[in-house]
Design a protein around this ligand. Structure first.
Ligand SMILES: [Zn+2]
Length: 403
């Protein structure tokens, strides 16, 4: 009896030890993969220094990653100083076509789909226009069809699918995969996790701009900074906040960063939300047209911010309307910077945020809100254009499963 109990205890201890060793190995592999993502091609000795792993561990883990096709060996460029005479040092680098993620960006009038590799480079993308108000069932069927096709493709090509990231233009609870507050789509009650879990897992459902920010943080300009605010201007406005040690800030109701309805002018123009003076109401074409008229504009109506940018050089009323609009935008962005003081502010989407010709004015508007404090935050444009959300979908998958 005692011996039996003792035996069982011993088995349990052995099982726990094995599990700890497996966990430790898994942890070390992730550290290695993460280091290769951040550093790019790296030699084994440098990897040891960067990860604090002993040479025998680096040898063993890199052998496993080579065998699985996750990394490959490359010779260092000839301008790199050689460690010894003769052979150039061999570096390890991550292979983009190894682990892959399906990315699905659901928009108000479109669905963009992609198969994204480990380095955040798309292996395949496609774009579908959908009618506004399309049923969630049809959109889900479209995405499921894509997942099925990519699963077959991955089997043929020897790629390992790690999951799917789903981008939704609304407040989303990523734990449940459901919309908490309507945004661009009004699909309360639809559970995106459940919708795709049957055919692939894990499933990461998240607000679109939060995912865009994740893409920038893992694969773009955010890689080397600790804190970043990412602002997007599409059909609506959004903002993703990533802080040091905290990661993505979602808010208690998953609405953190909802810059669109931040009040910029009390008593200002009426917004679709029912309040007055929201940022998106001040930058809406209806209000811009009203201001353009007030400034004596005589060009074609209505105007939106893109038209104002195009006309500003030849149309003084367009220039004045635009300057006023950039001032409002500067208030919203400047307040964000003043409160959070991130290392980096990334601008993405339509020309009002990203055109070359508005950058200096916009930065000056932000600086004037932050003053008299110096503007420590760098202001940059985003990295991935139309694929920003897709790269973010992949980042959310790899962050949890690979890195
Ligand atoms: Zn509003």
């Amino acid at each position: 009896m005692t011996q039996g109990l003792h035996g069982k205890l011993q088995e349990k201890v052995i099982a726990m030890t094995v599990r700890n060793q497996v966990d430790l190995r898994h942890h070390n592999i992730r550290a290695l993969q993460r280091t290769l993502l951040y550093e790019g091609p790296t030699g084994r000795r440098a990897l040891g220094l960067l990860t604090n792993l002993v040479p025998s561990a680096i040898t063993s883990l890199s052998r496993e990653l080579l065998a699985r096709g996750v990394v490959s060996e490359v010779e260092a460029a000839t301008n790199v100083k050689r460690t010894s005479a003769g052979r150039p040092p061999v570096l390890l680098q991550l292979n983009n076509a190894s682990y892959v993620a399906v990315a699905a960006e659901i928009g108000v009038r479109f669905v963009r789909l992609g198969l994204i590799g480990l380095l955040g480079e798309p292996l395949h993308t496609e774009f579908h226009e959908i009618p506004e108000g399309e049923s969630p069932q049809n959109v889900i069927a479209l995405v499921r069809g894509y997942i099925n096709r990519q699963q077959t493709h991955c089997k043929t090509e020897g790629l390992e699918m790690m999951g799917i990231g789903v981008s939704i233009p609304a407040s989303v609870n990523p734990e449940t995969g459901s919309i908490t507050e309507p945004g661009g789509v009004h699909w309360q009650g639809v559970n995106f996790k459940a919708a795709f879990n049957e055919i692939t897992s894990p499933v990461y459902a998240e607000n679109n701009v939060n995912l865009m920010a994740m893409g920038e943080k893992w694969y773009g300009r955010g890689r080397l900074v600790k804190s970043m605010v990412f602002v997007h201007h599409g059909p609506s406005w959004g903002c993703g906040i990533v802080l040091a040690d905290t990661g993505l800030v979602r808010g208690i109701g998953f609405g953190a960063g909802e810059i669109a309805c931040s009040t910029v002018m009390p008593g200002g123009p009426l917004c679709t939300c029912g309040k007055r003076g929201c940022l998106q109401a001040l930058l809406h074409s209806e209000f811009l047209t009203q201001r353009y008229r007030a400034f004596g504009g005589s060009g074609a109506l209505p105007v939106d911010s893109t038209a104002l940018i195009e006309r500003r050089a030849v149309d003084p009323a367009a220039e004045r309307t635009l300057q006023e609009a950039l001032g409002y935008l500067g208030i919203a962005l400047g307040n964000l910077v003043r409160i959070l003081e991130p290392e980096l502010l990334v601008l993405n989407g339509r020309p009002l945020l990203t055109a070359d010709s508005v950058q200096s004015h916009l930065t000056a508007a932000i600086r004037s809100v932050v003053a008299p404090r110096r503007l420590y935050t760098s202001v940059k444009r985003s990295s991935f254009g139309a694929h920003q959300a897709l790269i973010g979908c992949a980042a959310s998958v790899f962050q949890d499963t690979v890195f």
